[in-house]
Every structure is written in C-alpha cells, then in structure tokens.
Design a protein around this ligand. Sequence first.
Ligand code: GDP
Length: 440
Amino acid sequence: TTLNDKLNAVFSKLKKQVRIDDENINEALKQVRMALLEADVNFKVVKTFINNVREKALGEEVRKSLTPDQVFIKIVNDELVDILGGKDYKEAKIKLNSNPPTVIMMAGLQGSGKTTSAGKLANFFMKQSKSVLLVAGDIYRPAAIDQLETLGRQLGCDVYSDRESKDAVKIAKDALAHAKKTAKDILIIDTAGRLHIDENLMNEIVRTKEAVNPDEVLFVADAMTGQDAVNVAKSFNDMLDATGIILTKMDGDARGGAALSIKEVTGKPLKFIGTGEKLTEFEQFYPDRMASRILGMGDIVTLVERAQESIEEGDAEEMAAKMAKHGLDFEDMLKQFRMIKKMGSLDSIMRLIPGLGNMNMGEIDDRQFKKTEAIIFSMTLKERRNGKLLNANRKKRIARGSGTNVADVNRLVNQLNQMNKMMKQMKKKLGGSNKLNPAM
Ligand code: GDP
C-alpha cells in the first residue's frame, strides 16, 4: 500500500467521529506518523510535520459544515504544501538572465538522470521558443558525450563538446563564449558525475561554477534512492550552494519520501520532477499539486497542462476549473482518453486523474479505448453532454451501434459517475464550497 492509501485509511477512521478531540487526533497522528516514516520521509521532517498538524488540529474550531475528517485532511494538505515548498511558490521558476544566455549548471551523481534532465530542460525551454545550447561537460566518459549528442539531435538542439579536451572548466568557458556569439538564450552545462561524492569531482564542479557564474545550479537527485538522495543532495549543496533541485524517477518512487524531505533538509526548493524516461516526462514542481497527488486526489491541472502539449485546448487552469465546477460529461471523457492516448505512459497519467490513481492499469488498454470511443461515438451529441438522457432503450441502441453490449455501456456510465464522484469528494476534502452538478 502506498502513502496515499494509508493516509486515506486514517481519514476514513476520522470520518466516523463526531468531533476532533485529543484522543482521536493523537490516534490519527500516530498513524500518519507511521505512514510517513514507512514512506521513507526523513524523521526530523516527520516530527516537524506531526507537531504542526497537531497544533493546528487541536486549535481548530470544528466549523459547522466540516466533519472531523475534512478538517484533518485540510490541515494535512496545507502542511504537506508547506513542507513541499509553500503556497506562494515562486521559486520553481528558473530566473532568466536579462543579459542572455541564462546559464544553468547541472550537478549530481552518475545515474541520477543528470544528462536526461539536461535534455528535458532543453526541451522545456525550446517549447517556449528559447534557443538552447547544451554543453557536454563530462569529459571522462565518451559515452556521456554521445548520449548528450543523441539527445541534441532528437531535440534539434545544438550541443557543444570537445572530445580532445581534458579540461572541463575550459570547455564550460568556451561554451559560454560560443553561446554569446551565437546569441543563445539558455546555456545548459552537463557536468561529470561519479558514483559517490568525490573530492576531485567536487573541485572541478566548484571551479566550473566559478568560471561561468551560473544563474542556476540544479542538483539532480534520484527519488528512488529515498533518503540517500536527500543526504547526497545535502552534501552537494553544502559545497556547491545549489539554487534548486530536480528530483528524477518520481514515476518509480511510490513512497514519495524523497520529495517530502528534500526541501526541508537541504533548504533548497524542488524545481522540476522527472516522471519517466521520455523527454516530455518532466514537469515544473508545484507543492500544492504534489500534495494533492500524495493525498490521492489527483492533479487535474498537471493533467490538462500535459494534455495541452499534444492538443491545443484553451487555458489549462480554465479547463480544470470548468471540469471541477460542472463535472465531466462524455465529451470530456472522450477528450481525456484521446489525450491520454497521445501522451503515452499511461501509468504516470492515470495518477493525475482523481479516482483513477488507484485503478488497475491493466483494465485500460488500447482495446478498451477503442470500445469506449465507439460507444461515445454512438451517442447523440445531446447524450454525450447529458448522460441522464440514456434510458434503457437508448443504451440498447448504442450498444448495437458500437458493436458492444449494454453491460459495456453501463460500465462506461458508471465510470463517468465514479470520476465525477471522486471530483466532488476531492473538492469537499479541500473544503471548496462550489456545488458540483453531477453529470447525470
Ligand atoms: P546521468 O548519469 O546522471 O547523466 O544519468 P542518465 O541521464 O544517463 O540517466 C540514467 C538512467 O535513468 C537512464 O536510463 C535514464 O533513462 C533514466 N532516467 C532519467 N530520468 C528518469 C525519470 O524521471 N524516470 C525514469 N523512469 N527514468 C529516468
């Protein structure tokens, strides 16, 4: 079971209580504490977290409209947001230098995903129509230079390398001069990594930093290594004074411990997360979105944003707001499924959708998509927008029209209802006041 399952178990227990009191809060906190420790969250972070939640929970007048579990969820959510970086989160943004290029240096252990993240970051900026120069600063491993050049070709991004040189500091300086000459907006320097922190390597990175005076030093850490990632980040940061952290392989870290600890332990903000091997599986980090995911409430905003990269669909926040306010209809569902199909990596996407996060992924395969599409296509436009119109007769017709059976149609209707129910719960959990219109 994941952290999110465990937290939800705590919340359900509280649901049965009439009010929050010392006793049930202490019991709930004990379980939250255990869940966090089992998720490999740093113990000091857990301590601070629990103390803060306790203080707020016991101080909280149970507002009339909210049940104890709602109050508690709200407090836990707020505290998660705080610990992940806070609500007014402006640190995630890369500060662009008004005198280009903006220089970004990557640092991290070998295998942490440094080179991949350099490519992802280049892609991130190129999508914003910025020109990027990638620099192969790992002169010890020819394979690393090859890897960056391959990424460059894939992205259509220039790569600066010098296979003859044995001087990483000079390469970085030359690359900077080259970036200025060719009027690049962004310079991303991939540095050498080792398997362990090593003094020579640190020296080289520190000297490179002094030579190019970067706007950002991003430490890349592998989330799957849990508290190790946090400790290594701390040592690197003590020597290098990073400006931010990229946490990679979040797709493989079901526990979430590294994400929850790293800001608090290093004092440096998480700026990006890697969620897969593909160049597009990379997101700017937002504490509130991550908190929602940890609480199993999905992350509609990220989902829609990611979808936008494949499909132009108006403003992401606006669509998310519309979905939250009016509920989903079959048209939205069709759109979502198409986006998902285009976006690849089903697993990482499903986690973003409230209610689907805990679903068995095997259920949703390509055939299922085709079936769903066929069923929705067999509905009239009115029915797609208002599922209430689907009576037994219409369901039969639709099943026949789509080459499926009534059970399939019912399953789809239930699925939509389920999604809407989850969205409603998510809003209630967060204490939102807008009433949702159930789609049917
Ligand atoms: P480097 O030695 O630090 O430059 O690490 P690489 O960039 O070569 O990455 C090491 C391995 O991790 C490669 O197989 C990458 O494809 C993989 N990787 C990097 N980032 C992610 C991520 O966010 N998710 C997953 N699943 N794999 C990743």
